[in-house]
Design a protein around this ligand. Structure first.
Ligand code: ADP
Ligand code: MG
Length: 621
């Protein structure tokens, strides 16, 4: 037994020798951490004055680059918007292109770099990734919990919206690692919420429930089926760009309209924008308790009443009801099959939401638990299950979006379809389209659209060294493995040749252990040169492989090639080696192209000769 001293009371406090496993709700607006108490009940950790369990997911940097997280950081939103980071969850696993629509609504600076690489945030010319920033929020929660509980927190379950894609899940897991946490599981928020409601604990219970989660930045609806203590997510729908922030924005837009504030004024005055945003949130909360709001920002008088708010909110709430419809359809259920509706997220306190939900589901939603806390409490229960303390419960989840690869013509070929249960393994066979093709580029996408251009790219890799064969002959198996956290591993293998060439990728945006360590040191690096550097390194890698295989080709086919052909290959290969030495990406690429163009017909010739040779030997014997 470990003994520690309670610094407040001066008494000796008993703590268990086991490190606690925490449940963490890493939210867009608020984050919180929960644990299982000695009575086996989930509790949230109260911070600061001992009453508040919500930590604003906000980080402030001072002039010396020191950071603070939470309530204190929130106070700088108005006075120092450029050094105060909020809604970082919206940036997790996102590229610059992904966020082009809403980056102007952030008071801080995203590095101006319109491309597919990961977003970074610039504070005083120091560059921070959303993963690092989320890790700071997690660290702060970890420290709060350790103080409150008197134990080390080394393991955690972290929740994510059901609609999070692979890159976002991976980024969340990486943030946990960076905060010094062993992330045992990434769990969908609605699954955690239903656990908190105690659903499924009684093994005889069999029911369908709808979990409606409207938070600050994300919305999702999930239909779960619970039977024999097994949770199955039948379907999920949602929008990672719909939440309480949007209601606040609608109010700000309404005020700017009636006060004749133009966009230019708002754009040039970040503090005014932030003040209006904060007033809008206060106004929203006031009218949601059926009060009329009156406030003042600078000299502007601001007003809001419930019926005006309901008009502003109507189309936003309507969108969520549309998602509910789709989720019920996907679950192949009728409205009357839904036994219970659970409310999650601070924005479900909006009366219009409850009203529309009651109409749609033909029943009053259950709001008996604090909608801010249910997810963290459920995560703590999930942690308890993983710790082996609740062997009677099992969890099944589904993938919210289809996963597939790009095929000829830019078409999406889904390998794992949406709402497939995880863990899930699926494979499909492909072949080459060019004779003697040695390399096959495999691009992995996520989404429901037919053209990959409309879906989201998760990553790509090249299956190399396919032995020369006529087009259509190689059998290339692409295998997708989606683990219980919703994280994807892709492998490709040429089956006919038996060569064990298999390649794995996780996500385009995931980071390896080594990269993780490097990341902290790299945060100052210029993002634009990062991108160019990586492109150059990739070109050099590919070129080095080509140099080797060209050399090999000459040696292996010496008897078939003419003297001129050998000389040409050697000379083209020499140019490529030179280009690699000079480290010029364009030169490397054109030298590779020239070598490929020249050797491809020779590869066919070599293949034909080898086949004829093989045929001859069979007839002779
Ligand atoms: P997240 O999960 O995205 O962190 P939360 O569940 O903490 O979000 O919800 C935060 C949102 O809930 C904010 O937009 C906040 O304005 C809203 N909210 C909190 N309380 C109320 C209330 N009483 N009425 C309306 N909206 C509320
Ligand atoms: Mg939430």
């Amino acid at each position: 037994m470990k003994v520690s001293i309670d610094m407040k009371s001066g008494k000796i406090a008993e703590t268990s020798t086991k490190d606690s496993i925490a449940g963490i709700d890493l939210g867009t607006t608020h984050s919180l951490i929960a644990y299982i108490d000695n009575q086996g009940q989930p509790q949230t950790v109260k911070t600061g004055d001992g009453k508040q369990s919500l930590t604003p997911s906000i980080i402030h940097f001072d002039e010396r680059g020191q950071l603070i997280v939470g309530e204190v950081a929130k106070q700088y939103l108005i006075s120092q918007p450029e050094r105060t980071i909020f809604s970082v969850k919206r940036l997790m696993g996102k590229s610059y292109n992904d966020i082009s629509e809403f980056r102007s609504s952030l008071g801080y600076e995203i590095i101006d770099n319109d491309n597919d690489s990961l977003v970074k945030i610039n504070v005083d010319n120091q560059f921070y990734s959303p993963i690092e920033l989320s890790a700071e929020i997690l660290k702060s929660l970890k420290i709060d919990a350790e103080k409150a509980l008197g134990t080390n927190i080394t393991k955690a379950v972290i929740t994510v919206p059901a609609y999070f894609n692979d890159a976002q899940r991976q980024a969340t897991r990486d943030a946990g690692k960076l905060a010094g946490l062993d992330v045992l599981r990434i769990v969908n928020e609605p699954t955690a919420a239903s656990l908190a409601y105690g659903i499924g604990i009684d093994r005889n219970q069999s029911m369908n429930i709808a979990v409606y989660d409207l938070g600050g930045g994300t919305f999702d609806i999930s239909i779960l089926h619970i039977e024999d203590g097994i949770f199955e997510v039948l379907s999920t729908h949602g929008d990672t760009f719909l939440g309480g922030d949007d209601f606040d924005r609608a109010i700000v837009q309404y005020w700017t309209r009636i006060l004749n504030l133009n966009d230019i004024k708002l754009q040039n005055d970040a503090a005014l924008g932030q003040s209006l945003r904060i007033a809008a949130e206060q106004a929203k909360k006031a009218v949601c308790s059926h009060n009329v709001y009156e406030g003042k920002v600078y000299d502007y008088l601001l007003k809001l009443d419930e019926s005006t708010f309901n008009e502003l909110a109507f189309s936003l709430v309507d969108k969520t009801i549309d998602s509910c419809k789709k989720a019920v359809q996907d679950a192949k259920l009728a409205i009357t099959d839904i036994n219970k509706v659970i409310l999650v997220g601070g924005s479900t306190r909006i009366p219009l939401v409850k009203e529309r939900l009651s109409q749609f589901f033909e029943q009053t939603p259950d709001d008996s638990m604090n909608p801010d806390e249910v997810v963290a409490l459920g995560a703590a229960i999930q942690a308890d299950i993983l710790a082996g303390n609740r062997k009677d419960i099992l969890l099944l989840d589904v993938t919210p979006l289809s996963l597939g690869i790009e095929t000829v013509g830019g078409l999406m070929d889904s390998i794992i379809t949406r709402n497939a249960k995880v863990p899930h393994r699926a494979a499909r066979q492909y072949t080459t389209s060019i004779d003697g093709q040695k390399n096959l580029r495999i691009s992995v996408f996520q989404g429901e659209r037919d053209l990959v251009a409309h879906n989201r790219k998760l990553g790509e890799f090249t299956l190399r060294n396919i032995p020369p064969m006529p087009a259509g002959i190689p059998k290339i198996e692409v295998q997708f493995l989606l683990d219980a956290d919703g994280i994807l591993t892709v492998k490709a293998k040429e089956l006919r040749s038996g060569t064990e060439t298999s390649v794995e990728i996780k996500s385009a945006y995931s980071i390896s252990e080594e990269e993780m360590a490097k990341m902290l040191l790299d945060s100052i690096r210029n993002a634009a040169s990062d991108v160019n550097q990586r492109a150059l390194l990739e070109a050099i890698n590919e070129a080095n492989n080509l140099v080797l295989s060209a050399d090999k080709f000459v040696v292996q086919n010496a008897s078939i090639l003419s003297k001129e052909e050998v000389e040409s290959i050697v000379s083209l290969n020499g140019s490529l080696k030179n280009a690699i030495k000079n480290q010029n990406k364009n030169d490397i690429e054109s030298a590779m192209q020239a070598l490929n163009v020249y050797t491809t017909p020779l590869a066919h010739k070599a293949l034909d000769q080898n086949i004829q040779h093989a045929l001859k030997s069979t007839t002779i014997s």
